[in-house]
Design a protein around this ligand. Structure first.
Ligand code: AVI
Length: 333
């Protein structure tokens, strides 16, 4: 099995240690850099390989995880009001998933307003295909997509949007919660910079709720979230040839009230060394040492307004689902 790419000729011209860095793929580099540090962390984006994405879909159906249902309820109830408030001719969604939420919103808008242009931005070709298919039946609607990071996709917006009419960017599914506060502000600032006066951002954010409810949502009795988290170990085993024994780690969710975030960790149940050939390292774990794999920030409504304001927006409207404690907030430029 080969874990690295690149030719040996370049090796001679690079300072010691540099070759290791340039020849490793991003996942291997992150694994090596982040697991050799204290605390050990891994970026949550690596949770979403095909198996991880399927497990996340399953999480969204769990009775204890209400985020997806709350957002669906709000969109179904308020789509027409959101359309009236934003009055868009163009909607771009960052990470459209299967496209079902954009379909609800665009369906309500295209019934009452002029033709719509929908634009999908995602790094996954499979997601773009699925969302494009979901949206293909909407009347008087043009669909385009960009296989790109959010940053790249936002930079392209000025060239993609029609010359006339307002644009609305959607950032739904509580995805903002997986960004640390400075990263969240930086991302919303990029959205703001891609927009013009009159344009809007519709942001979905999960609200703070009682700790027992949060812990059940992120450590469910069926063990689906545990499998979602432990799949990172499976990924390191299959993609990097690592030797993680799954029964030597446990999934753990903790609520940090001060930071207002749920943290997911993988806890080492024993002291152990794990060899990861594809990342060219061996990682030592003390007993009870953890890999911090995800943060999921929960907001008070005032925090959401502050987040948008810090990025240069003005809060125009907010819709709240009280059953699931979830907010959709419309920010205007
Ligand atoms: C994708 N994201 C908003 C989910 C969340 O709630 O933070 C990911 C997730 N992690 C565990 N359960 C769900």
């Amino acid at each position: 099995m080969s874990y690295a790419s690149g030719g040996g000729a370049a090796r001679a011209f690079l300072a010691p240690g540099v070759w290791d860095r340039v020849s490793l793929e991003p996942f291997a580099l992150d694994v090596r850099d982040r697991l050799m540090q204290t605390p050990k962390t891994l970026p949550s984006k690596y949770l979403y390989d095909p198996l991880g994405s399927a497990l996340f879909e399953a999480i969204c159906r769990l009775p204890w995880y209400g985020v997806t249902r709350a957002e669906q309820r709000l969109l179904a109830r308020e789509a027409a009001a959101i359309g009236r408030a934003a009055d868009p001719a163009f909607i771009a969604e960052l990470g459209p998933g299967s496209g079902e939420k954009l379909a609800v919103l665009a369906g309500a808008i295209s019934r009452t307003q002029r033709p719509l242009h929908l634009h999908l931005i995602d790094i996954s070709t499979a997601a773009l295909h699925l969302a494009t298919h979901t949206l293909s039946d909407l009347p008087r609607t043009q669909i385009s997509s960009s296989r790109a990071t959010y940053e790249e996709g936002l930079r392209e917006l000025a060239h993609v949007r029609p010359a006339q009419g307002r644009a609305m960017v959607l950032f739904l599914r509580a995805n903002i919660g997986n960004f640390d506060p400075p990263e969240a502000t930086a991302l919303l600032r990029q959205v703001r910079d891609a927009l013009r006066p009159g344009d809007t951002l519709l942001l979905g954010a999960d609200l703070v709720k009682p700790e027992p409810d949060l812990l059940l949502a992120y450590d469910d009795p069926l063990g689906v979230t545990s499998a979602f988290n432990k799949n990172l170990l499976v990924r390191m085993n299959t993609e990097l040839g690592a030797a993680f024994a799954l029964d030597r780690f446990a999934h753990c969710a903790v609520w940090d009230a001060e930071a207002s975030r749920i943290e997911m960790h993988l806890v080492s149940l024993v002291e152990q060394d794990v060899h990861i050939p594809g990342a060219r390292c061996t990682v030592h774990f003390d007993r009870d040492e953890t890999i911090w794999t995800e943060s999921s920030y929960k907001y008070a409504t005032a925090d959401i307004e502050q987040l948008g304001t810090a990025a240069g927006f003005r809060q125009q409207d907010q819709w709240i689902d009280r059953e699931g404690e979830f907010a959709l907030t419309l920010f205007a430029v």
